[in-house]
Design a binder for this molecule. Structure first.
Ligand code: KG4
Ligand code: ZN
Length: 343
């Protein structure tokens, strides 16, 4: 394998696990560029269509990588490693990123680094200051996962709790679908909720440990809407802001209850949030306010680092590069990949 510039670690990272194609360039731990192409096509279908997603990744990946290199002012010959999301995610989507990374690593004769998507969401906090101190807790809330993670060291993570059914993002998106909102409904509900009053109550999940459940909430909302629409067919249109505020409050309350419990049980006061749903303004506010009350140090990522992005893949890859954790050309995508990979 060729030896590149001796002094700098320059990593190109690729993320293609779901419907966003993203590439980032990192130099010695610092993000130089982070470019993401979103796929609007899924709005039409009310959810991500795997076949449509992988075709769009194929179309987007070369231009996205080109722009990321250009923005970073880095020539591909200067790269010291290529990182990619190995999983978890949609198989067809992951394969586009993995195949691209393998081809580029082979052509440039540089090592490859595989990254776990959920580890990367947590480590997005190391893309810029202030960085959490170890050990810290992270509430990772995305479209596919809802987890409470204890992070002992950059690559040493322990799962304390996770959802037993829907993810928090799914709770937003599926409720949005019931309300006739476009996909992904999370950001739309967030916006409408800002002008609404959370005056409707829904069933609360009743789970003792640090796990989550959101399917009961969805059913409770469905029955509530059916009942109200029977009395008033215009109910949703007339009350959309208050419904959104109520749904958002129910999801946030469920999330906050468990992160407070986890902080109490572990005695940890370094608290972070990550993943697409951490872009939610209500959740950000709740974490900040609770943090002030309970004397936590809270870490809330910039919007760009909440939803899927390659900067978080690059940051994770940097830690792995320092550990010399490389993979060979036999590596392949893993749609379902256990979280505690380094235990
Ligand atoms: O992390 P992410 O980009 O992709 C996955 O790995 O799943 O998360 C996407 C999820 C979607 O469910 C989307 O509705 C949700 O994040 N989301 C939000 C907001 N922005 C994105 N949910 C609530 N409020 C938001 N502002
Ligand atoms: Zn994600």
């Amino acid at each position: 394998m060729k030896k590149r510039n001796n002094n700098n670690i320059i990593i190109l990272a690729i993320e293609s696990s779901c419907d966003d194609t993203s590439a980032a360039v990192l130099k010695d731990g610092e993000i130089l560029s982070n470019v993401t192409a979103n796929q609007a096509a899924h709005e039409l279908y009310g959810g991500v269509v795997p076949e449509v997603a992988s075709r769009a990744h194929e179309k987007n990946i070369i231009p996205v990588v080109d722009v990321a290199l250009q923005k970073a002012g880095v020539n591909k010959d200067e790269l010291t490693a290529i990182a990619f999301t190995r999983g978890p995610g949609l198989m067809g989507s992951l394969l586009v990123g993995v195949s691209f990374a393998k081809a580029m690593a082979m052509a440039l004769d540089i090592p490859m680094i595989e990254v776990h998507h959920m580890q990367a969401h947590v480590l997005a906090h190391f893309a810029e200051d202030p960085k959490p101190q170890f050990p810290f807790l992270c509430l990772t809330v995305s479209g596919g996962h809802t987890q409470i993670v204890k992070i002992n060291a950059p690559l040493e993570m322990q799962l304390l709790g996770s959802t037993i059914d829907d993810a928090a993002g799914e709770a937003f998106d599926k409720t949005g679908k019931l309300l006739g909102l476009n996909y992904p409904a999370g950001p739309i509900i967030d916006k409408l909720a800002k002008e609404g009053i959370p005056r409707f109550e829904f069933a609360k999940p009743n789970i003792e440990n640090l796990d989550f459940s959101f399917s009961g909430l969805k059913t409770s909302i469905l029955y509530f809407l059916k009942k109200e629409i029977k009395n008033n067919p215009q109910f949703v249109e007339e009350n959309i802001k208050d419904i959104c505020a109520s749904v958002q409050k129910a999801i946030i309350d469920a999330l906050m209850k468990k992160i407070i419990k986890a902080a109490k049980e572990t005695g940890i006061k370094e608290i972070a949030i990550a993943g697409g749903v951490s872009a939610n303004s209500g959740l950000r506010k709740a974490v900040q306010e609770t943090g002030e009350k309970l004397a936590w140090n809270t870490y809330i990522p910039r919007f760009e680092y909440c939803t899927d992005n390659a900067a978080m893949i690059a940051v994770t890859a940097y830690f792995k590069y320092l550990n010399k954790e490389f993979v060979g050309q036999e590596v392949t995508a893993t749609a379902r990949w256990s979280f505690e990979i380094n235990k």
